[in-house]
Design a protein around this ligand. Structure first.
Ligand code: RFL
Length: 388
């Protein structure tokens, strides 16, 4: 078995296959230090934690992860909080930086004898429609190489070789550009709220998400095409203060911005998630905008479903799980996409003052108001916000 990519999807899959006695190798383009420090997600759903626990992969997050269950909305009409552990299914998030999860999964995989080939870029998956697919690679020293296996798992993200290798017409791609851009920031500053903060402001959205007691992620909606470096640190903090309404609700803890990047909010889904002997999981299968923090959670879920299906097929000769893999995952993927789309509509609106823009912004205010006042709306929100 060849697994492309040592992100959450590839490493959960690798661990589960290795634990079951299936020979597998993980090919990773980057070096080990890079993947162990690449900051991305932080909010793990309750079901993700259950999956990781089920397979003995949750030790680190149990020790160092922080339970989290509150979000706060700030708008021109005031602010309100939802404790989602008291709503819906009564579940919480665990805040645990993705790079720590990746480090845990990688350490466990290597310690138990798993094999990761770092610095090796998959170029193309060949003969995926046969039962001897192969992967052509560029090795660390630039030399070409080839790996062959019964199956290949494409866990190499949105721009990886798995997606590129799909023959035209074999898989459909559904795509949506939400027309919204965020400046994503990581600040060396303690969280300013004990909640996820969502600020809806006439100048655009601002978000606050704790990562650790010293690091906080912020988002600022910005013009499409703005270079990340266009904003000085002072302008970033002033704008965050303004949109988060710091004058009314208290100052933000400032600190150096240690990482920044532009995120164009886009989503896509590939259907089906299989082409012959090649299976897609994680961002390679579907990209989901970070508005609802679902991407890493879907990656873990899909990896578990795929691992079970591969074990059934390779060890017990039962291909049913592989045959139904795509349909099973797509149900969860579309559900997450629908919620993520709803969140985008909740948090962003058109900037104009023409009649249509004002109509949509008034609808958005009404949507937030029903979230503030309707218990059934809050239960629905909680179930989808933390569920996967
Ligand atoms: P990854 O993590 O991108 O890992 C893919 C791995 O494949 C390697 N690779 C290759 N290796 C060999 N050959 C090639 N040709 C290769 N091409 C790529 C890469 O180096 C990499 O190591 O994909 P995976 O495993 O599918 O995991 C997906 C998640 O990383 C992603 O969905 C989340 O980070 C999304 N996301 C969030 N998800 C959540 O569930 N909760 C969050 O709070 C959350 N916050 C976020 C996010 C994504 C963000 N970005 C990237 C826009 C916040 C941000 C800012």
């Amino acid at each position: 078995m060849v697994v492309l990519g040592a992100g959450p999807a590839g490493l959960v899959l690798g661990n589960l296959l290795h634990d079951s006695g299936i020979d597998c190798v993980v090919l990773e383009r980057a070096e080990r230090a890079h993947i162990q420090t690449r900051a991305r997600a932080g909010f793990l759903a309750a079901n993700t934690v259950r999956i990781l626990e089920r397979h003995g992969l949750a030790e680190g997050l149990r020790r160092r992860g922080q339970a989290h269950s509150t979000c706060e909305f700030r708008t021109a009409d005031g602010r309100f909080r939802l404790d989602y552990s008291e709503l819906g299914l009564g579940e919480r998030h665990t805040v645990y930086p993705q790079q720590d999860l990746v480090t845990d999964l990688l350490t466990r995989f290597l310690d138990s004898g798993g094999r990761v080939v770092f610095g090796t870029e998959a170029l193309e998956v060949q003969d995926a429609d046969s039962d001897r697919p192969s992967v052509s690679v560029r090795e660390g020293d630039g030399r070409p190489g080839r790996w062959q296996a019964r199956y290949v798992a494409g866990c190499d993200g949105r721009h990886g070789a798995a997606r590129r290798s799909l023959p035209a017409g074999s898989v459909r791609r559904y795509h949506c550009d939400h027309g919204v851009t965020w400046l994503g920031l990581l600040a060396e500053a303690p969280p300013s709220l004990d909640a996820v903060g969502y600020a809806v402001h006439e100048r655009g959205f601002a978000g606050h998400m704790a990562r650790t007691s010293e690091i906080t992620r912020y988002y600022l909606q910005c013009e499409r095409g703005t270079p990340a470096e266009a904003w000085s640190e002072e302008r970033i903090w002033d704008e965050l203060d303004l949109r988060m309404r710091a004058k009314e609700y208290g100052p933000l803890h400032r600190g150096p911005v240690v990482q920044r990047g532009i995120v164009d909010l886009e989503s896509d889904v590939l259907e089906p998630l299989r082409h012959g002997s090649l299976f897609l999981a994680g961002d390679a299968a579907a990209l989901i905008s970070p508005s609802a923090a679902k991407g890493a959670n879907l990656a873990v879920l899909e990896a578990e479903i795929l691992a079970r299906a591969l074990v059934d097929d390779l060890l017990h000769g039962d291909p049913t799980g592989l045959d139904t893999y795509s349909a099973r995952c797509l149900t969860s993927i579309w559900r997450a996409q629908e919620f993520s789309q709803w969140m985008i509509g909740l948090l962003h609106g058109p900037s104009g003052s023409d009649g249509e823009s004002m109509f949509h912004n008034s609808l958005r205010a009404s949507r937030i108001n029903s979230l503030r006042t309707s218990r059934s709306r809050q239960d629905w929100f909680a179930e989808h916000y933390v569920g996967i």
